[in-house]
Design a protein around this ligand. Structure first.
Ligand SMILES: N[C@@H](CCC(=O)N[C@@H](CS)C(=O)NCC(=O)O)C(=O)O
Length: 217
């Protein structure tokens, strides 16, 4: 399988964590979201994912899956262990709720195309865009803080889909200067995730395209 990836993409980071947790090997192709006007908007990538977003997962028969949570559902069906959706229906619903609070409610508002539109089409300043990012990232953290019950991961002794979505959101929030001080539950879970080898392997700083970006102009 081939993962179309970008080191700083929260959505791709979710898929990298799920792949690492399940021990599913993939090849990777890096789609640089900023280079040459955005490689995600170029015809070669749009042929894979017409939505022009990463991640995408190309299967060995050429089928392309898009949307991080749909890709993670596929991985869960392909390789059920370790489970990312708890067996208990209430816990499963809660883990999904935390994941969706991040992936559907908070993350899209900080996405590159959204903030580029704010700046380039609506003439908002860098400062206003930073405030925007922090505001929506914080609301996402508030929502998750109230939902999770660290055990020591969000809901269980092992990571679930909630942790898979939370770690990238924490990375994003901290990158833009949001403090985790008001969120003790999230701080506890983030610390446990930071010690877990799958989360470490998936971290943006550990990706080959991060090194390339650092070495670039
Ligand atoms: N809901 C999608 C979101 C994918 C997404 O927004 N990806 C971002 C990076 S995190 C992207 O490709 N942005 C490119 C752009 O905005 O042009 C998913 O979960 O896969």
């Amino acid at each position: 399988m081939l993962l179309y990836d970008y080191f700083r993409s929260s959505a791709a980071y979710r898929v990298r964590i799920a792949l690492a947790l399940k021990g599913v090997p993939v090849e990777r192709r890096f789609v640089h979201l900023l280079r040459d006007g955005g490689e995600q908007k170029q015809p070669a990538y749009l042929a894979k994912n017409p939505q022009g977003l990463v991640p995408a997962l190309e299967l060995d028969d050429g089928t392309v899956l898009t949307q991080s949570l749909a890709i993670i559902d596929y991985l869960e069906a392909l390789q059920p262990e370790p489970r990312l959706i708890p067996a208990d229906p209430i816990r499963a619903a809660r883990a999904r709720a935390a994941a969706l609070a991040i992936a559907c409610d908070a993350h899209p508002l900080g996405n590159l195309r959204v903030v580029s539109y704010l700046q380039q089409q609506l003439g908002q300043s860098e400062r206003a865009v930073l405030d925007w990012r922090r505001h929506w990232a914080s609301l996402g953290l508030e929502a998750v803080e109230a939902l999770i019950r660290p055990a020591p991961f969000c809901f269980c002794v092992t990571p679930t889909i909630a942790d898979v979505c939370l770690a990238p959101h924490v990375f994003y929030a901290e990158r833009f200067g949001v403090s985790l001080d008001p969120y003790p539950n999230i701080r506890a879970v983030a610390a446990v995730c930071a010690e877990h080898p799958a989360f470490q392997a998936a971290h943006p700083a550990a990706q080959p395209d991060a090194a390339e970006a650092a070495a670039g102009p």
